[in-house]
Design a protein around this ligand. Structure first.
Ligand SMILES: Cc1cc2nc3c(=O)[nH]c(=O)nc-3n(C[C@H](O)[C@H](O)[C@H](O)COP(=O)(O)O)c2cc1C
Length: 188
């Protein structure tokens, strides 16, 4: 059984990222799944205090829901972040989440990561309207490659354009099929 963390970094209720997260959670219900909906959580930005640096494990002095999630991020087999594209980039919630990977930062180690568990899978699922698909793909591939920080070594991106309204992804069977395929890859 795999432990899979699904992170929804859209502020929109029943938005496309939420629908995608729900489809994945349903497909993965025979696995150990943790769903983290950022808009419902107390999530603070990295203050760059440096207290986490130079420690063997992953600690953070902030008392919020991301600090509580750090052991899950460390121990999971896979992580999926479902994000809207805002101003050609991942959402600010996504950036806030990714910057909280700093407790893993160790410049001298593989992937610049002090993880005890390499080989994780990481996927970034991008929902958006009309931005150029190929540009978003290049950007998403680069962004998810940075998840090496928490021990990811296998990466996927799904690029879903032309879905501007909340829940539009449900009307795109081709996109829904790609989400099902992603679930299969996460279970492998
Ligand atoms: C602040 C803001 C900025 C946006 N910027 C872009 C953009 O740069 N390119 C684009 O194609 N769509 C953009 N959109 C549209 C969203 O990406 C689109 O509504 C997407 O479906 C949102 O995903 P969600 O339903 O998971 O929140 C933007 C929407 C908002 C609210």
């Amino acid at each position: 059984m795999k432990t899979i963390l699904l992170v929804n970094v859209s502020p929109r209720v029943q938005g496309n990222s939420e629908v995608i997260t729900q489809i994945l959670a349903e497909d993965l219900k025979d696995q150990q799944v943790v769903v983290f909906t950022m808009r419902e959580k107390d999530c603070r930005y990295c203050k760059a205090c440096g207290a986490c640096q130079g420690t063997a494990g992953q600690s953070c002095v902030q008392d919020d829901d991301i600090t509580k999630l750090l052991p899950v991020i460390e121990d999971c087999d896979a992580i999926v972040v479902a994000t809207p594209i805002y101003n050609q980039q991942v959402s600010s919630l996504a950036k806030l989440f990714i910057e909280r990977f700093y407790p893993w930062f160790d410049f001298d180690k593989k992937g610049m990561s002090n993880t005890a568990k390499y080989g994780k899978k990481a996927a970034l699922v991008c929902s958006f309207w009309g931005s150029p698909k190929d540009r978003v793909k290049t950007y998403a591939d680069w962004t998810v490659s940075g998840f090496c920080q928490m021990g990811a070594e296998q990466f996927q991106t799904l690029i879903f354009n032309q879905i501007p309204n909340a829940g539009d992804v449900k009307n795109r069977p081709d996109y829904v099929e790609q989400v099902h395929q992603l679930a299969c890859w996460l279970k492998e």
